[in-house]
Design a binder for this molecule. Sequence first.
Ligand code: ZN
Length: 194
Amino acid sequence: MALRVLKYPHPALRHKSKPLRRVDGELKDVIREMFDLMYRQKGVGLAANQVDLPYRFFVINPEGEPTKGREFVFLNPVLEKRSGTAEAEEGCLSFPEIFAPVKRSAKVTVSAYDLDGQEIRCEFDGLMARAVQHEYDHLDGVLFVDRLSPTGLLSVKEALAELEREFEGDRQRGVIPDDQKIASRLERLEQLRT
Ligand code: ZN
């Protein structure tokens, strides 16, 4: 299965993902491929719906390199606690070359399952806290540009319009299916694992 990262404004990025009920070898292969794709595109996190899968999970490696850092897999994550505020520049693999400051909680406690079915519960701050909140948003169909200040939004408006034009062009060329086809594909995948 060849995964690719969907770019804004692909409708799957607005899909609210459902909890996973089945984890098997195939899903483990998908997760391995997501890490590899993320490293190739110089990202530190990737959510399932960014690769057109309607499930509640995401992967993070805060170092963004296969030989460094730690690979985190969060299945069916829940943000249990948030505290403080921190602002820093963010980007997203679904928004190539767009960066803008986003206010997030400074610290979060997240519980989730790992690939072995073990429950994990961790407190994070710094980049990990930011990445967890960014990826968690993806699962609810929320994108980092939704959280920009009016000034921040203004600064990326032209770049967003350019992505929208590219998307429309891809659609006219038949590279991207229509909304109905995208929705029924996601629904079929949901029936398999949620
Ligand atoms: Zn993102």
